[in-house]
Design a protein around this ligand. Structure first.
Ligand SMILES: [Zn+2]
Length: 178
């Protein structure tokens, strides 16, 4: 057993916003490198509260990304182990629509999938666009804790950061060996 949130540097809203901007820049930067029959994938973790990364979260991220990618032919892989949370940018040889469906299935079927966001992008001309669940006719993502949608629980602040942290701590300890 490890105490997942016992380490790490607190991040403020400005730092998190900045890392989101940097992520969008990287996604756009990679446009030219994506071959025609490939999809761009960006993977992040959903970690409520000020601590977004430490050695336990980073290790969990590596294990899950490796497991997800074991199903695919990976053309390029970039991993950022940064204080605002680990991020991966991956170019995979696969139809983006099919890949998004498989990513959705991975998020809901694998226990640790609940705390991961696997975004799949299509490239059209000079822009990358995320494929949405709505486009695929798939129900919205569920909350990691209850049966509501993630959006409902975020909007209504149904769960406290502490409740999320306890849930994530148990989930990681149940599924990862340290
Ligand atoms: Zn909930």
């Amino acid at each position: 057993m490890v105490n997942v949130f016992s380490e790490g540097f607190s991040q403020n809203a400005e730092q998190i916003k900045k890392s989101k901007r940097t992520r969008l820049e990287e996604e756009n930067f990679l446009i030219d490198e994506i071959p025609e029959n490939c999809a761009l994938v960006s993977i992040t973790m959903t970690i409520p509260g000020p601590i977004k990364n430490n050695r336990f979260l980073s290790h969990t991220f590596d294990v899950v990304v490796k497991d997800f990618l074991s199903n695919y032919n990976v053309v390029k892989e970039i991993l950022w182990d940064i204080t605002t949370g680990p991020e991966a940018f991956i170019i995979i040889e696969k139809d983006p629509g099919v890949l998004k469906e498989e990513a959705i299935k991975y998020e809901s079927d694998k226990p640790l999938g609940a705390i991961f966001d696997i975004n799949v992008f299509t490239v059209e001309g000079d822009s990358v666009d995320p494929i949405t669940r709505k486009e695929l006719g798939v129900p919205e993502k569920k909350c990691m804790i209850c049966d509501n949608t993630k959006k409902e629980c975020v909007t209504n602040q149904t769960h406290s950061d502490e409740e999320f942290r306890q849930f994530i701590d148990k989930l990681i300890n149940d599924n990862i060996d340290f």
